[in-house]
Write a protein that binds this ligand. Structure first.
Ligand code: F6R
Length: 257
């Protein structure tokens, strides 16, 4: 079962996950981190920044990228990862990858990205947000649990949700390149974050719902090491919330995230 940790705020989640990343880097300075974009992981990046860790040997792979934005667009995930992660945290840009950023054609970009993740030794810790459609990465409902990095069509809901980052809703691309659910499941530790009531149904489906491609987040139930770090609002539809609180309060000394 996933370890579900209900925290008072997004900031508290950021600190907790930063603890876990700091512990990983202490034992493996060249750890491979899986980065998510969007609003959810920002408290983690801010908490990491405030610790001033040496992350210069860390390698990173982003979950996804829009297809069709002009090069250098400020909302391309390449630009977001540079702005929110690489520069503030002092990572080396050449060690951080985003799908499709290898200069090759879009066709075959998924396979090339998969090979690059494997050559780096796989992802040690993968940060995940979740969309209101239940997507992780941009694996919209119906995505295969075995899927690997490939082009996907975003749902109308996801395009509307992400319109806040663009000048007009029409500017949100219709397509993306995203790690598959199968790619995500190969990471050694999954950390799924969610904040706010709008994420409560997707979290309930991911953590307690049936395993189904209709709720892509439910794929995390197949993983041996998952930490779900959420605030009270995102936890509000979990049937077993009291048990998760009790289990976290009674965790054994070595049971951190
Ligand atoms: C982003 C990603 C998406 C987001 C999800 C939630 O790289 O893969 O799954 O995590 O759309 O977005 P926010 O955090 O903006 O609510």
């Amino acid at each position: 079962m996933a370890e579900v940790v209900i925290v008072p705020s997004a900031e508290a989640a950021g600190e907790l996950v930063a603890d876990s990343i700091a512990a990983l880097i202490a034992t493996k300075p060249d750890a491979v981190l899986g980065f998510a974009t969007g609003s959810t992981p920002l408290p983690v990046y801010r908490a990491l920044q405030s610790r001033g860790l040496d992350l210069s040997a860390v390698r990173g792979f982003a979950l996804d990228e829009y297809v069709g934005l002009p090069p250098g667009h400020p909302e391309s995930y390449r630009a977001v990862i540079t702005r929110e992660v690489v520069e503030p945290l002092g990572l080396r840009p050449e060690l951080v990858r985003v799908p499709g950023d290898d200069g090759g054609p879009l066709e075959g970009a998924g396979g090339r990205y998969e090979r690059d993740i494997v050559s780096a030794g796989g992802v040690d810790l993968q940060l995940l947000g979740i969309g209101r459609t239940g997507h992780i990465g941009f694996n919209e409902p119906g995505s295969s649990f075995g899927s690997l990095t490939r082009v996907k069509t975003l749902t109308v809901q996801t395009r509307a949700d992400n319109a806040r980052f663009f000048d007009s809703p029409d500017e949100v691309p219709t397509h993306c390149l995203t790690q598959g659910l199968g790619t995500i499941l190969r990471a050694r530790h999954l950390v799924l974050l969610a904040f706010g009531e709008g994420k409560a149904p997707a979290i309930a489906a991911a953590v307690e719902g049936p395993l189904t491609a209709s709720a892509p987040g439910s794929a995390v139930q197949l993983h041996p090491r998952v930490s779900v770090v959420i605030d009270e609002a995102a936890a509000s539809q979990l049937v077993n919330a009291d048990y998760y609180r009790y289990a976290w309060e009674h965790r054994l000394p070595w049971e951190n995230l």
